[in-house]
Design a protein around this ligand. Structure first.
Ligand code: ADP
Length: 742
């Protein structure tokens, strides 16, 4: 920008030669200095990338060497307004206008534009120009310096994008933080709460009064009690938040399962994980804790467990042999207590608020209250009177419903809708479920249940379960009725025999009928297990936590199998009693049967030592293979269950007898408690269990039927059974079967 420096020098009058020479040399000197400063400016401009320029006061460019060097424009091209051509078309108008305004107003020029470099690439420039004033009120020239701000601009853009992204991230994080379904709480080092999400606020609301999160930690810890999974109160130092603030990490398996009890006694099961947060120096600055509400899971686990236990208890009540040593009237007197127990069990199985059991007299159609669970004493008496005074079922205002009930259907009555909303409803029940209790196709009573004023939709599962429970209840009640009948007949020998016979018949019928509820029970156990599996699907941590509940269900499943076996025993006994036990005799190899049974027991009890001594094969017998297997299995499971876990059990098979009358002898020896002399005969009796002998390992509700059935089976095969035993050392139960002749 080489404004012509002599352009505004005013013409001076002609001078004397000497003076002229002096003036001329002064002018030269000034011109040289001017050139030098211009060259310096040029060098500076080149070195720094600044475009330095000057123009006359009217702003008409004469030359801009840096500009030309940068843009590749010629001196001709930059002249006047020509320089504008090198500016980006979109920026031209803006910069031209700013320049014109500056000239017009004599104010500094400020602006930004993109300038085309000689290689065609546009660079961002910031223009700054100032008027240089000469005589007062006049502009002598314009000086400017345009700065290449491309890098800065890019940096700015980057920074702006980064800031935008950071803001988006932060709001994303904020939304995510709020949306996390687990409670997340960020603590400061002093235990005060820095931040918490909606789920955490909801959990805190359940536990404590409004504003609790602002309390100092000491007061917070005092208000809410915390227990471990076993129900022991946690000392303050073991409380999750203090452990976190002390630097412990509660992650993975280290997560704590705790119960929070609120000041109002409400319990929340939480699985708490988290970690301390640290500052740059590694010192603990606070902690982040994640509260996972597992209350629902726990109540599901508990319900599954309760339901299972209750159902098993019910089924066991039914198959339990009557205590034949107790006076008969005492046996019969249990009826009320058993019905009451059943009502309570049903309440817990179905999680309802009230269960009533009434017996139905077939002849009169009248109902007799037997038990009610879930009512306070005063209400219970009222209920009792109401049932006693109720119309006989034959006079019910809803004959259609009565018909369906008598046909075995489980009914659901919506008490809030006609016609049932017209009925007296002292307990404010919304939905009432009535399940018939049937024995031999006859309705002997009904079980009713409800959830009080709570709205409740009964699922088909629940209705099926209520039906199964009512069926069990019916059987139990019928059994009690027969026991009462037997007690009444005690004086009369003939009547007693008839009563006993009826009891045997009942046992046979009950064992058949039990199969159905047991099947339902098994299906329910499996269904619950499937639900637990679904709960944990894709969530390995939850699946792991559900492990114990599933283990319980598995155990329940095994118990159902045990019950099935017991029912099988009952059936066998009733078959034996009525001479209906049939054998499918074929030629079988006894050694193979024994070895198979040993192998099966090995599988079922992998941690027990069971030794077999005897031939692998070659012991032919004429026998019902399944029945012989049942005997070996009974002796063997007894040996296992009545002896300690670490004690071995040995099974031996050998031949005895003279040629022509050879016998195979199978003996099973344990190192259990042994039997006293006077028990050696009695153990074979029906329903006999030796007092004082406890199950040592495994599960084993026994009815005292296995040995009785075993002896009968072996005798029917023409064999013998026996036991040798020493108290404190162990027992050897054996049987012998004649070998088949070639
Ligand atoms: P349970 O199902 O009760 O075991 P069993 O008829 O198989 O019925 O056995 C009858 C009773 O004999 C048992 O209750 C137990 O008291 C006793 N008993 C059976 N086997 C043994 C054994 N190996 N050791 C000690 N006692 C035994």
């Amino acid at each position: 920008m080489n404004a012509k420096r002599d352009r505004d020098s005013t013409p001076s009058p002609p001078a004397a030669p000497a003076e002229t020479t002096a003036v001329a040399s002064e002018a030269d000197r000034l011109a040289r200095r001017l050139r030098e400063s211009e060259e310096r400016l040029q060098a500076l401009s080149e070195a720094t990338g600044y475009l330095v320029w000057t123009t006359p006061p009217d702003g008409q460019v004469e030359d801009m060497p840096n500009w030309r060097a940068f843009t590749g424009q010629s001196e001709q091209q930059v002249r006047g307004w020509g320089w504008l051509d090198a500016i980006h078309p979109d920026d031209r108008a803006g910069i031209a206008e700013a320049w014109e305004r500056a000239i017009h107003e004599c104010t500094p020029l400020e602006g930004e534009y993109r300038l085309r470099r000689r290689d065609g690439i546009y660079r961002h420039f910031q223009a700054r120009g100032v008027p240089v004033f000469g005589e007062p009120g006049t502009v002598r020239e314009w000086v400017g310096m345009d700065t290449d701000i491309t890098e800065r601009k890019a940096l700015e853009l980057q920074l702006r994008a980064a800031a935008r992204e950071a803001a988006a991230r932060a709001s994303q994080l904020e939304v995510t933080f709020e949306a996390i379904t687990d409670g997340v709480v960020v603590y400061r080092g002093d235990g005060s709460i820095a931040q918490m999400n909606a789920a955490a606020r909801a959990i805190f609301r359940l536990m404590a009064p409004e504003g609790f999160e602002q309390w100092p930690i000491g007061e917070r810890l005092q208000l809410v009690e915390v227990y471990d999974g076993q129900g022991h109160a946690l000392p303050p130092a073991r409380r999750p938040i203090l452990r976190l603030l002390a630097g412990e990490e509660l992650t993975g398996v280290g997560a704590m399962d705790v119960v929070f009890r609120s000041h109002e006694g409400r319990e929340i099961w939480l699985s708490i994980s988290g970690a301390p947060t640290r500052d740059e120096d590694g010192a603990i600055a606070g902690a982040v804790a994640i509260y996972h509400d597992v209350t629902a899971r726990h109540s599901l686990e508990r319900r599954a467990r309760d339901a299972l236990t209750a159902l098993l208890e019910m089924a066991e009540t039914l198959v339990r042999a009557p205590d034949e040593t107790a006076p008969l009237e005492e046996q019969a007197g249990e009826a009320g207590a058993i019905a009451q127990r059943l009502a309570e069990l049903t309440c817990s199985v179905l999680g309802c608020s009230r269960v009533g059991i009434v017996a139905l007299d077939a002849a009169s159609g009248r109902q007799r209250p037997m038990a009610v669970a879930g009512l306070a004493d005063a209400q219970r008496m009222q209920w009792w009177v109401e049932q006693e005074q109720a119309l006989p079922i034959t006079e019910s205002p809803f004959p259609e419903l009565t018909k369906r009930l008598l046909a075995g259907e489980v009914l659901m009555l919506d008490m809030t809708h006609p016609p049932f909303d017209q009925l007296p409803n002292p307990y404010g029940i919304r939905a009432l479920l009535i399940a018939p209790m049937r024995v031999r196709e006859q309705v002997v009573g009904a079980l009713s249940l409800d959830h009080g004023g709570e709205p409740h939709d009964y699922t088909p599962d629940e209705m099926a379960l209520a039906g199964a429970v009512a069926q069990l209840a019916g059987l139990v009640i019928e059994r009690e009725r027969l026991l009462r009948e037997r007690a009444a007949a005690q004086a009369n020998e003939l009547a007693l025999r008839t009563a006993n016979q009826r009891m045997d018949e009942f046992l046979s019928m009950a064992s058949h009928e039990l199969r159905t509820p047991l099947t339902t029970l098994k299906a329910n156990v499996q269904l619950t297990d499937r639900r637990l599996v679904a709960l944990g699907e894709g969530k390995p941590r939850i699946a792991k936590r559900l492990g114990p509940a599933r283990e319980l269900l598995k155990r329940g499943d095994r118990q159902v199998d045990v019950l099935n076996r017991l029912v099988g025993d009952l059936l066998d006994v009733s078959r034996i009693q009525s001479n209906r036990l049939e054998l499918r005799v074929e030629r079988r190899d006894l050694a193979v049967i024994v070895r198979e049974t040993v192998a099966e027991q090995h599988l079922a009890h992998p941690d027990r030592t069971i030794v077999y001594e005897g031939p692998a094969r070659g012991t032919p017998v004429h026998a019902d293979g399944l029945r012989i297997k049942q005997v070996v299995s009974n002796f063997l499971t007894n040996a296992l269950k009545y002896s300690a876990q670490e004690r071995p059990v040995s099974v031996a098979l050998c031949m005895e007898g003279k040629p022509g009358c050879r016998l195979a002898r199978v003996s099973i020896r344990d190192q259990g408690p042994g039997l006293p002399e006077d028990e050696l005969e009695r153990v074979w009796e029906r329903f006999h269990r030796v007092p004082g002998i406890e199950v040592q390992s495994g599960s084993g509700v026994g009815l005292g039927l296995g040995l009785h059935i075993g002896r009968t089976l072996i005798q029917r095969h023409g064999g013998q059974v026996g036991v040798e035993s020493v108290v404190g050392e162990g027992s050897t139960f054996w049987f012998k079967l004649p070998l088949a002749k070639d």
